[in-house]
Design a protein around this ligand. Structure first.
Ligand code: SAH
Length: 558
């Protein structure tokens, strides 16, 4: 048998807690769905862990967990699943099916309409000032509705409130229904009331799209009263929240049945965590995180086990991002999204510098200045900077040239983060090893010409005691060789390759500053490339590509 745990997010309002408890009791009294408990993830009692503990103590190992939220936003997508994950750690073997958010749903829209009509049925507090002082009754045609949602940093959640506003208006005969938000989103309560006033509204019902009493519904009442006081010609009333009622219990039972039946789909088509939405690049591809609400009157939310800090993200993190070979637009979409969301960017000299111009002015840019052979910030210092910024709660992007793992020391940085317990991800990049030849018109492989391509560091010359490269094997191979960091060693490398059997006339192309405005390439035979590169002043960054494919060069593409 499955137990049902109804999960609330918690409130500082005693009335709100009582309404939640009453609803849980109402659902329980329906009797036919088994064992029911309710709990909160924060702020209020009983905590979720007690509710789950009670069900487990009565022998339940398989639960339905229903988030008692109207829209899918941070609580429903992130905080409640995280809290349930902690319960699963506490109770090994515990499984649960997760229900959908409650709204939008016709039962809710009907309940809202009832609350609105009830507000209309009351004698107007400002009635004496109106031409017609009689009770308004349910004069929907003369009534505008401001439907006020909680508001979220998640555009999908805000869009749901707009959808409910529309659905509430459809067929019910109100003059109009406009959405607004008490927190985190626009329009605010005064803004939506002013909009309705300009549209010619004389009577407005403010309808909180909230399940239960709480700090934010109270604030809706206060802001509406303030607006009404400033506009004595308007009749402004505030409807009750949805509250504990049969309709809500019916909806809980419907969501419960859906979860048991396996139909627990959410609308993910417009989810900012899946789809890149304008202005929300900081969300796409990232896990939904526990969050805080900057305007919470009593300070931040406190989710178990998470620390808060000044930026409003619970945890810092590091993304080691490959920036591509140098052009601003050869970074990946994912890398760019993370860069746009970064608080700190630790950047290499070879990373696309043009991308830095697009950063918000408050982003801290740290120049790691790892110029080959030049003065460099020690790798340990870079690792330490990544870890300490992340630990301070910042979103850190380590922006590197090309791909982070191609001679980029990217994995050392990842290892340092892992060792420090800092969340870290890698975003692959377009490596200069492949991009520089391509941008210069050389295909690194071609059917019938080269079936292998080897990417080699020329940093240590052949014969160097620390070299790990089998130069003799490279000389014997027939395919393409791409040499990075080889400006100083190319003459020596060419000599050794010829000594071990590569044909002296093998074509080579030196490609400097690939993808940058100064890109240039210089061709030569293998036995002449050292002298030609020196004479032409080839300097870093440059790659050398050699092998039969170089004979196919079509010329640079831009
Ligand atoms: N992780 C980088 C490589 C770092 S090693 C990548 O994947 O591209 C640095 C070497 O990369 C340079 O010495 C040079 O050989 C090559 N390189 C980087 N950017 C380059 C560019 N824009 N043009 C040509 N070579 C480049």
């Amino acid at each position: 048998m499955t137990g049902l745990v109804i999960v609330g997010h918690g409130t500082r309002s005693a009335a709100g807690v009582d309404q939640f408890a009453a609803l849980v009791e109402r659902v329980r009294r329906r009797g036919d769905i088994g064992d029911v408990e309710g709990g909160f993830i924060e702020l209020s009692r009983p905590p979720l862990t007690d509710a789950v503990g009670a069900l487990v103590a009565r022998g339940h190992r398989a639960l339905v967990a229903l988030p008692l939220v109207l829209t899918a936003a941070g609580h429903g997508k992130g905080d409640i699943p995280a809290a349930m994950a902690r319960e699963q750690e506490r109770h090994p073997g515990l499984t649960y099916r997760y229900g959908r958010p409650l709204g939008p749903h016709p039962l809710l829209h009907d309940a809202l309409a009832q609350r609105i009509d009830a507000a209309l049925a009351e004698t107007s507090p400002a009635g004496a000032a109106l031409a017609d002082p009689s009770p308004a009754g349910a004069d929907r045609a003369g009534t505008w509705v401001a439907l006020i949602g909680r508001g979220s940093t998640d555009p999908d959640a805000n869009a749901e409130v707009a959808k409910v506003a529309r659905l509430l208006w459809e067929g019910r005969g109100y003059a109009g229904v406009e959405p607004g938000f008490i927190s985190l989103a626009e329009p605010s309560v005064p803004a939506v009331l002013d909009r309705l006033r300009r549209l010619g509204a004389r009577r407005i019902v403010v309808a909180p799209y909230f399940l239960f009493a709480g700090v934010l519904p109270d604030r809706i009442v206060a802001q509406s009263a303030e607006f009404a006081a400033a506009h004595p010609d308007l009749d402004v009333r505030v409807a009750e929240v949805i509250g504990d009622c049969d309709a809500l219990a019916d909806l809980v039972l419907e969501r419960h049945a859906e979860a048991l039946g396996g139909d627990i789909r959410m609308n993910c088509d417009t989810c900012a965590y899946r789809v890149l939405m304008p202005g929300f690049a900081d969300k796409v591809g990232r896990p939904q995180r526990p969050h805080d609400h900057p305007d919470d009157p009593v300070g931040h939310h406190h989710h178990h086990g998470h620390d808060h800090h000044d930026h409003g993200h619970d945890h810092g993190s590091v993304a080691v991002v490959g920036g591509g070979p140098g052009a601003d637009d050869l970074i990946t979409v994912r890398g760019k999204a993370l860069l746009d969301a970064a608080d700190v960017v630790v950047v290499d000299r070879l990373a696309p510098q043009g991308l830095l111009a697009g950063l918000r002015p408050d982003v801290l840019v740290v120049d790691a200045a790892k110029v080959p052979r030049g003065p460099s910030m020690a790798q340990e210092a870079i690792n330490a900077a990544l870890v300490s910024h992340a630990r301070a709660g910042r979103r850190v992007v380590r922006l590197k040239g090309g791909d982070p793992y191609v001679f980029g020391r990217g994995h050392e940085e990842v290892q340092a983060c892992v060792a420090a317990g800092v969340p870290v991800t890698v975003v692959p990049g377009v490596s200069s090893a492949l991009a520089a030849p391509a941008l210069a018109g050389v295909p690194v492989t071609h059917r019938g010409v080269a079936h292998d391509v080897t990417v080699v560091s020329g940093h240590l010359p052949p014969g160097h005691p620390d070299s790990l490269v089998d130069w003799a094997a490279l000389a014997r191979a027939r395919g393409t060789v791409v040499l990075l960091m080889a400006v100083d060693t190319i003459a020596k490398i060419a000599t050794v390759l010829i000594e071990h059997g590569r044909a002296p006339e093998t074509p080579v192309l030196a490609v400097q500053d690939a993808g940058l405005p100064g890109q240039r390439s210089v061709p030569a035979r293998l036995d002449e490339i050292g002298a030609v590169a020196a004479r032409e002043g080839i300097g870093p960054p440059a790659v050398f590509v050699l092998g039969p494919v170089v004979a196919l060069t079509t010329g640079p593409s831009t």
